[in-house]
Design a binder for this molecule. Sequence first.
Ligand code: OGA
Ligand code: MN
Length: 291
Amino acid sequence: MTGPRLHLITPRGFGAEVSGVPPTLELDSATFRAVEDAWYRHSILVFRELSMTPEQHIAFTRRLGPLHIMVPPDFNLEGHPEVFVVGNAEEGGKAIGLRRAGMGFHSDGEDKAIPNAGSFLHGVQVPPEGGDTLFADMYAAWDALPESTKTQLAGRRARFSRVQLHHVHYPHLPALTEEQKRERPDVWHPIARRHPRTGRTALYIGRWAVEIEGIPREEGRELIASLCAFAQRPDFVYRHRWLPGDAVLWDNRCTQHCATPFDEERYTRRMHRTTLEGEAPLLAETAPRAV
Ligand code: OGA
Ligand code: MN
């Protein structure tokens, strides 16, 4: 029996491209298990030349865990609420996707009490230039932090705030209503996050983080900025240049991603995303903080 073939996409083994699987991702159970194992090992899987219907996209993702349905449902695909549409595509003069989603390194749902475990983004229509997605390896970022920083962060949580930063990250969207603000209260997550499946520790921080527990506000903001910059160093980052039919499966618990711009006047970008339900982030055991 021949299983899926894996081809590393970075020298460190962060990310792998999977070939030798059907373009519908209808996999027998042994092949599915091999793909799932590869996902946990490499954190990001790239598939090429897929031709998945929304049903097949949903069915494959559901084998990895329960699906999350995005709220508000404004950009969920008609008839398939499990598929969230990203990009500037329109139908009948109406936007069907969230424009300029994810400009700035983040992991999906980091601003929610239960962030999303994983996401699977399918490039249905992609521009011939621009619109790449960057991915950062947050296991590698944690491992490479100076010991003094790990000690400083040990046991601490960060506050993530949609309310405070919505206008910064989505300046082209309407401000949050009072009701939306109540629905998206600030949340605190451990900065050293233990992956529930691999047991490895990842640096868990992102563009919605605003404060670090036990550290004065301004100092905390600076530390967050420096941790984010550290994780974006080129040796931790893979740049995905989309071709039509590509799909990328990422693990939000140990990676971050960032959209990049493209010429929205000239080109249409239409991405379909399924999203996995997650769990409350676990605090990793780290060396205790000095008192
Ligand atoms: C997302 C996201 C980035 C992109 O779908 O969660 O952040 O490049 N997308 O479309
Ligand atoms: Mn995202």
